[in-house]
Design a protein around this ligand. Structure first.
Ligand code: ADP
Length: 429
């Protein structure tokens, strides 16, 4: 039921991502298509527009004005006036919006196309598109005739843009076809992308859920033990404390465990939310490691274990003192926890490739090869029952890994040739 609900949420979120991706793709393709289309249209019409403007210029300049003496050969000048480009047609309108140069246009052409054509002055001096007979596309430039001596009031230069329009129509069809194919392709691309986007979300969701489940389980166990012991003691209120020593000691140890658990959980939660800021300062590597290890030498001796130090890193490094201390304590505690009598624990420091290297090794029970990949996972313990006895929660190495990566370093674990494990940490100086 819980799984089904979870899957439903994931599917809904994936669909949301998919639609969002699809919309983005469609918008990008549409903008892209529109830009290309308008660019092609602009290029196609630039030539015709230049032609129209050039002819207008020529006609305006050639027009004799009142004060000038009319040119000797009127016919000749008219000849000059005539546009060179055969695609261009000149329509002359009089004050009454009637075409006056039917002869020049050609009667046949006039009868077929222009008889019904009306003068439209809205776009005076602006190049505009028009459809003659609602069928033939033209681009025209209408301007006032500068010559007051004739009956012509307006001159309209028309250029047929059938060819350009055809190219544009075909091009827009091609664009629509290509865009449709791209949009279809982007549906599948969106699907795969949304699936890829969901993967890390599902992964961290599952990790988070697992973390919360493990944490609540770990919290519940000591609480149940303490509650049971206290209830048991309440049944015999007149009993002396000395007689209930075992129950009290157990409750106390569980309380300590609870306290450590909550501190560790808080550390990891803060690490996750990037709330914890490192307070770095310069530390002398060997002196610092020596000071942290000193109490462990005594503890190891008391447990009949051999503790050795090989400190060869006589230099300073930039690190958070508290966290660095915590890192060493986690690894040294583990080394003590997972070794028996007559085993040895060793700490080595040296410099390699401008990095500080720390090696903490032991000759203890070691970690099985197949379990090594999970060793830094939260709440991971190789042997749950055994580690519980020794106070292990399974959060130590997760915290150690966070401390190392927060310092920009790396931590690796490898089995020793004979017995036990070595943790190798590399930290930048
Ligand atoms: P714990 O609190 O249980 O020690 P850690 O995160 O520190 O949790 O360690 C995770 C597990 O890794 C341990 O339960 C243990 O199985 C294994 N482990 C860690 N350090 C050592 C070691 N030095 N030798 C053998 N096993 C180890």
């Amino acid at each position: 039921m819980k799984e089904m609900f979870k899957n439903k949420i994931f599917r809904k979120q994936q669909l949301k991502y998919m639609v969002l991706n699809l919309i983005s793709f469609t918008v990008i393709f549409t903008i892209f298509g529109l830009i290309i289309f308008s660019q092609v249209q602009h290029t196609l019409f630039t030539k015709t527009d230049e032609e129209l403007l050039m002819i207008k210029e020529r006609m305006v300049n050639d027009t004799p004005n009142d004060t000038r003496i009319p040119p000797p050969n009127d016919k000749g000048s008219r000849q000059n006036e005539r546009p060179k480009n055969p695609r261009i047609m000149v329509i002359k309108w009089n004050e009454n919006d009637k075409i006056v140069n039917q002869d020049e246009i050609g009667t046949l052409f006039y009868d077929d196309y222009l008889e019904e054509y009306k003068l439209d002055k809205t776009n005076l001096n602006n190049i505009t598109n028009t459809d003659v007979n609602n069928l033939y596309p033209f681009r025209y430039l209408l301007f006032e005739d500068a010559n007051d001596n004739d009956e012509v009031a307006y001159i309209q230069l028309m250029i047929n843009i059938d060819a350009e329009q055809n190219i544009l129509n075909n091009f827009s069809k091609l664009l629509i076809l290509c865009s449709s194919i791209f949009i279809l392709l982007s549906i599948s691309a969106s699907y795969f992308l949304s699936k890829k986007m969901m993967k890390p979300i599902i992964h961290s969701w599952n990790k988070q859920a697992e973390f919360v489940e493990n944490a609540s389980h770990e919290l519940r166990t000591p609480l149940t033990i303490i509650q049971n012991k206290l209830e048991l003691m309440l049944t015999t209120p007149h009993e002396k404390i000395a007689n209930k020593f075992e129950n009290i000691a157990l409750s106390l140890s569980e309380t300590r465990r609870l306290s450590k658990l909550t501190t560790d959980l808080l550390t990891l939660a803060r690490a996750d939310s990037a709330e914890t800021q490192l307070e770095k300062k310069n530390l002398h590597v060997d002196s610092f490691v020596q000071s942290v290890c000193t109490p462990y030498i005594e503890i190891a001796e008391s447990q009949d274990k051999h503790f050795w130090l090989k400190l060869n890193c006589d230099m300073m490094m930039n690190a958070d003192e508290t966290r660095f201390h915590q890192l060493l304590v986690i690894l040294l505690d583990n080394a003590l926890k997972y070794t028996g009598e007559h085993d040895s624990i060793g700490v080595k420091t040296y410099e390699q490739d401008h990095k500080v290297v720390l090696e903490i090794s032991d000759t203890g029970i070691g970690i099985k090869d197949e379990n090594i990949p999970y060793i830094f996972d939260r709440f991971y313990r190789e042997d749950k029952a055994r580690t519980r006895e020794s106070g292990g929660i399974g959060l130590g190495l997760s915290i150690a890994q966070w401390i190392v990566s927060a310092h920009g370093g790396s931590i690796k674990v490898s089995p020793n040739e004979t017995a036990g494990t070595t943790f190798k940490i590399k930290l930048p100086m």
